[in-house]
Design a protein around this ligand. Structure first.
Ligand code: ZN
Length: 502
């Protein structure tokens, strides 16, 4: 009897639970079918952006394409918010939960390269190009948001799905402004999207805090031989600031990083320079420590000015909090990663990757055939200004496998593969994981509550503060001259496609 009762109970529970589980799978299956059906459109978007090759704050063709694609797919699109003409925010739906994809689409100076060519072969010599693969973010984010919309419509899910394409990530130049403008105030969670050599997520602090400022010293000019005693040498102040910081290095925590470039070192030796300029980056594993080092750097500038009888001013250039990635969201993303898996690479793709690694003098390991396990990620000393977003809203992180392992970004080799079949297949896998994880966040109040509770503790331990001076405005002229110089020659490579999701 007892045994029969237990069996009945189990059967009843199974009947209650199974349809729910089935429905969840059904929703994700609809999303995956939508992504697969739109694989060509994803590639068209990402490949088009590759050939636009636009630098930060100059992403005009890129955002025009994304705006057109997303509007045609039914999204409300705002271009130019937070006083940045290429800042794009798109959303569909209404109310909560509100889940946003956060990513960027800018290229790098000097990155122009003919795809699939193992030798250095710029499409336009000297021109910018995608040697990190941010072009792939456009297709993946748009298609994932579209697939979420399809699922929300079919299953009557409440809430909002949004995308934030922030300008000029490569110069850490926009996210503090987007946060200050309040875009994330009513967002419940974000997933930060970035290309990688692996399919992976992570949690904790995944990269570094950074503060970038330009110090300009003002002196008094004079003839270097006739009356140098009348001069106040602004470049002496630059040198003393550099030496002063070198004396400080020994007394900083080993986690710090600091690097500088002298952007104005005088005119010629027989003119005492009345202007000298030095541009600094200060970084650390967390923002309070980076800020403490930065405050010392400002004191050193004061000292250098005092020693040389000059004055100085500081211009905020950029800043980034380290990415704080939520463990609860990471665990949900990891389940989706394990469900989707890495793409089935063909033998040709593996051979291509090995040949490429060999020719680029990297370990010949081919493409990864398994996703990264959760917890394998270490904190990187690089920075990304989307870090600021992760301190005002719980954040997840997704890297999708659209580049070749061992080929590091920010050099031309990384521009060889962003429009390859490897990249295209990696983008499809990325879009599937992304859409699945957004569905999780939209449909699981428990997951959101857990993520919020975790975020509340972490953001209380280290409360967010903006590094932006109150009067700071975005540098919308950033890269304008460089882009204007090369754009006419780059136009001949535009794909002129009008991708439309179906
Ligand atoms: Zn990047």
């Amino acid at each position: 009897m007892e045994r029969n009762a237990r069996l009945t109970l189990i059967l009843t529970l199974a009947i209650l639970v199974l349809p729910l589980a089935g429905r969840a799978d059904e929703r994700k299956q609809l999303a995956f079918d939508t992504i697969d059906r739109n694989a060509a459109q994803i590639a068209d978007i990402s490949d088009s952006i590759f050939y636009f090759g636009e630098l930060g704050m100059q992403e005009f063709e890129t955002t025009k394409l994304l705006k057109g694609t997303l509007e045609a797919a039914g999204f409300r699109v705002e271009l130019g918010g937070a006083d940045m003409p290429t800042n794009l925010w798109a959303e569909w739906g209404s109310g909560h939960p509100k889940i946003a994809i956060v990513t960027e689409v800018d290229a790098l100076p000097g990155g122009s390269q003919k795809p699939l060519d193992f030798a250095r072969a710029p499409l336009v010599p000297g021109a910018p190009g995608h040697m990190e693969g941010h072009n792939t973010h456009g297709g993946v984010a748009s298609a994932a948001a579209y697939a979420v919309k399809q699922v929300m419509q079919r299953y009557n899910l409440p809430g909002t799905v949004a995308i934030s394409f922030g300008p000029a990530e490569e110069q850490l130049a926009s996210r503090p402004f987007i946060v200050r403008a309040g875009y994330f105030k009513d967002v419940d969670a974000i997933i930060y999207l970035h290309i990688g050599p692996v399919l992976a997520t992570g949690y904790g602090l995944t990269n570094y805090a950074a503060i970038s400022s330009i110090f300009t010293f003002h002196g008094k000019t004079a003839h270097g031989a006739i009356n140098p005693w009348d001069g106040r040498d602004a470049v002496d102040a630059v040198e003393l600031m550099d030496i002063g910081f070198d004396k400080l290095r020994e007394h900083l925590h080993p986690t710090y990083r600091a690097h500088r470039t002298i952007t104005n070192g005088g005119i010629q030796p027989n003119i005492i320079p009345d202007i000298g300029q030095i541009w600094w980056f200060v970084r650390d594993a967390n923002m309070p420590d980076a800020k403490a080092t930065y405050d010392k750097l400002v004191k050193i500038a004061e000292g250098a000015a005092l020693m040389t009888g000059t004055t100085y001013d500081v211009k905020y250039a950029a800043s980034a909090w380290p990415q704080l990635v939520n463990r609860s969201i990471a665990e949900a993303i990891q389940k989706d990663i394990d469900m989707v898996g890495v793409p089935a690479w063909t033998e040709e793709e593996q051979a291509f990757a090995r040949d490429f690694q060999k020719s680029a003098n990297r370990p010949v390991v081919g493409l990864r055939t398994k996703p990264e396990a959760l917890g394998e990620r270490h904190q990187s000393a690089s920075s990304n200004d989307n870090g600021d977003v992760s301190w005002v809203v719980p954040a997840g992180l997704l890297n999708f496998p659209a580049s070749v392992p061992g080929v590091e970004y920010h050099e031309w080799h990384a521009a060889v593969t962003p429009v390859s079949s490897i990249s295209h297949k990696g983008q499809v896998a990325g879009a599937k994981v992304l859409v699945a994880s957004i569905i999780d966040l939209l449909t699981s109040p428990d997951l959101l509550a857990k993520a919020r509770a975790e975020f509340a503790v972490e953001s209380k331990q280290t409360p967010y503060f903006s590094l932006l001076p109150a009067d700071a405005t975005p540098d919308v002229d950033l890269n304008r001259a460089e882009m204007d110089k090369y754009r006419p020659a780059m136009r001949q490579f535009y794909l002129n496609k009008t991708p439309r999701f179906d």
